[in-house]
Design a protein around this ligand. Structure first.
Ligand code: 0PR
Length: 361
């Protein structure tokens, strides 16, 4: 007897994810490249060419001065991009080659992928406090760096509160210490081009940057992005590949998803810039509206900066929302988090508030 195919979960009640419904063109492109391996560019030439286009597109979003010269590749996600940024900075720092070891300085708001990076790469991760508005405290960062700091991390769109760190100030601190600067715009990167925030290659001396098509880019999973201002950052990651026609490989994984690469290109071709601008503006409106509605109900709301709303909702109400089928999550401090991804509509948010009102009685 044939088993029924499991249906993929609908996005209807998903309010806490950073993934979203892929654009139809991206879905179709991904399917065409399911068996192609960008890890072997001499064999899979079409997908290799698509990956160059993906990097150029991402570099355009991130305001690289010459997008066609940007280095980078389509990673499996933000985690791989962040791990590789740490690895590149470590390999390029003198202290990474002698026995002093190096450190990475990051705000405590940085994603947990930096903890994985530090553990894998045997570097010290120095996390420093954030300020009252959840942004990296630049005094604390300046106090934490020293002559074996290989990398300073700034987050442009934090996972918990959607905050943008003061990237130009962090870049100045990094430069002073002889360290490199990495910007984690894994989630924020497809929204930030339509805001006034300083976060990109044009805004500061950014060395490497994470920007994930499979988050706000509306590309299928897996498609993350690592970008570098110069080739040297990727060269520092390259290992020899003796029996492949291509001579070296800078990626972390070997065989990679051709679907991820093709899907990312198709999404960006379809949506950059107008589609992404509309999505970003809609999401910002939804976040502002939801924040105001929650504040009206007496909740303490963290004012949204990017389309992510955090509010102090009691544990019992949170649990009842989960029981009602809402996929919501909490910040480390326990606030309810709603990420206004492109699949989140006003009517979804109204239904959510209706349920919340019913729960409150
Ligand atoms: N950097 C930032 C700022 C992130 O928010 C995330 C993931 C990463 C890096 C790591 O990216 P990957 O997960 O692609 O490796 N932020 C979300 C989180 O950890 C990821 C996520 C996505 C969680 C979808 C749940 C979900 O349904 O919360």
């Amino acid at each position: 007897m044939q088993r029924p195919e499991p249906e993929p979960q609908s996005f209807d009640r998903v309010l806490s994810s950073m993934c979203t419904e892929p654009h139809p063109d991206a879905r179709a492109a991904a399917e065409r490249f399911l068996a192609a391996n960008p890890g072997d560019p001499a064999t899979y030439e079409t997908v290799a060419a698509l990956e160059e286009r993906a990097v150029e597109r991402l570099a355009t979003l991130a305001d690289h001065p010459t997008p066609s010269d940007a280095a980078g590749y389509v990673t499996s996600g933000g985690t791989e991009a962040n791990v590789q940024a740490v690895r590149s900075a470590r390999n390029r720092h003198d202290g990474g080659r002698d026995d002093r070891g190096v450190n990475v300085v990051a705000p405590e708001s940085a994603h947990f992928s930096f903890t994985k990076a530090a553990e894998l790469l045997d570097v010290e991760l120095r996390t420093v406090p954030v300020d009252d508005d959840y942004r990296a405290d630049t005094d604390a960062v300046a106090a934490a760096v020293d002559d074996v700091t290989a990398l300073v991390v700034g987050v442009a769109g934090t996972t918990e509160y959607g905050r943008v760190d003061p990237i130009p100030e962090l870049a100045a601190i990094a430069a002073e210490a002889g360290a490199r600067l990495h910007v984690d715009a894994a989630w924020g990167g497809f929204v930030l081009p339509f805001t006034d925030h300083d976060w990109s290659f044009a805004d500061a001396a950014v060395d490497t940057l994470t920007i994930d098509p499979h988050k706000f880019g509306q590309a299928p999973v897996p498609a993350g992005g690592l970008l570098a201002r110069e080739d040297a950052a990727l060269d520092a990651l390259a290992v020899d590949t003796p029996y492949l026609e291509s001579r070296s490989q800078a990626t972390l994984t070997g065989t990679r998803s051709g679907a991820g690469v093709a899907g990312a290109v198709a999404a960006m071709d379809a949506l950059w810039p107008d589609g992404y601008r509309e999505a970003a503006e809609r999401a910002a409106d939804h976040a502002d509206w939801l924040a105001a509605e929650l504040a009206d109900r007496g909740y303490d709301v963290v004012e949204p900066e990017l389309p992510l709303v955090a509010a102090a909702v009691p544990e019992s109400e949170f649990a009842a929302l989960r029981d009602a089928g809402w996929k919501v999550s909490r910040t480390g401090a326990g606030e309810l988090r709603v990420v206004c991804m492109p699949h989140v509509t006003r009517s979804t948010l109204r239904a959510f508030l209706d349920d919340l009102d019913r729960i409150r009685g």
